[in-house]
Design a binder for this molecule. Sequence first.
Ligand code: ACM
Ligand code: ZN
Length: 518
Amino acid sequence: MLNIIPKPFKAEEYAGKADAGCGFEMTFPQEWLPDVQRFYSYFPAKYGKKLPVLSQLSAQLREEEYVLDINQDGVNIRAGGAAGHAYALESLRQLHCAGGGLLPCAHIEDKPRFAHRGFMLDVGRYFIPLEEVKKFVDFMLMHKLNVFHLHLTEDQGWRMEIKKYPLLTQEGSRRSHTNFGLRPHGGFYTQRQLRELVEYCHARHIKVIPEIDMPGHMQAAIHCYPQLSCFDRKLPVATHWGVKHDILCAGKDFTLRFVCDVLDEVTEIFTDGAVHLGGDEAPKTRWKLCPHCQKKLRELGLENENQLQAYFIAQVKEHLKAKGVKVLTWNEDEISGKAPADVTWTVWNVLEKDLHKMYAEMERGRELINCSSVPNYLDLTYNKCPLKAVYTQPVDICKPHPLMLGAQASLWTEQVPNVRRAHFKTFPRLGAFAEAVWTPDDARNYDEFLARMPAYVRLLKANGVKKIASVKRANPGKLFGFFEQLWFNKVQLCWHGLHNLIDNAKVARMAKKRFPME
Ligand code: ACM
Ligand code: ZN
């Protein structure tokens, strides 16, 4: 058994060990220098004989593929590109950590199962400092994940500096208090910092997809620019989580101009040619009462407000498409029945019985990414998403399809106020997720994965993970799971459900007074 997570495509282990106790001496093509420098930085400088490593480019392999041969005289790496080489080095470092410097002699042929192996971080609910975000990026590389989805805007905070609309971060990045700790909270990234982050990701062979969630989850922006909402309401940056009813007004020209201006700055910084537009959890309560939205709906001859959302997203998509930028949304797009097929869906909430509809979407040309909340929302309880369920998930929706690009693990942060909690939620589930998207189905074995767990935990601890759930904790028994879920649900009672009901009645009364003819 080789202590590598995710488990390689194919591996054979031989008798004997190679001694890398004093580190490695690498020979490599010059363009791979940044990966080699990073690799050296993992090991403390030591005097003594270093194990030679010869890295070469192979035209027979694809960009992310590598072949790794370890014997007592040294290590040979063949890789299809810089990413494959970086992955070979990550495997080597895991073996080094597991064996305390002694590497098992082995022949490894490795390549990913899916092209899209994503991780999402919600920095909107709770701001995560740049240095901690970078550590998540390091963990992504360690797990051979290659797409970082950065959820940058929320009702509870706007996190990206936008030069044309400075209030977004001057005021929209701070909430007066948090749900539970009742403390003021805030923070944002400057454009310079985000550029630095994108570079950091690229150096680790990771693409970045920024998300500006619209038309819902926009209360922080509406706080700064009330004219973005249907009734120009002056609202605070949201303090509590839950689905908010004041969303962007789809009937005003200013809204589209604002969104396009923001995205112009976003795409200057995030250069990977893809932007996520959210589209989730956008109740149409205000749109139904709003004279601007209703006028637009009539002008366009639309049947309902869901179609208005599809129209709104399609317009933004056209703006991005003209710049060569691809658009992703959450799969709520489906409710409009008018979602263009060239928008990729991150699928999060489809019931088992409706999965065939998603398959039909792929048949009509839509790309999908499996982000199913169970088991891939890492903020959910271990009771709801136990380690075993993350590991054993099929990943494919219904059956394999070329437009099923892969999957994404997501860490929302409503209940994740600090990095320690974030790590506890993420590990060891991220290891199980990585194996589900990297390793072929027939090579995956949960018991064998558990046997690699002690070495995995040592690796994580050696790399600064602050808290890891034990295997027992990550697969809670019925009784513990019940209480864990109860606690989670109790906390959910702090949602704005009741507040929304009262507020909706207030807005309805006001709308009736102000727009009696509508
Ligand atoms: C989501 O969980 N609202 C995408
Ligand atoms: Zn409106």
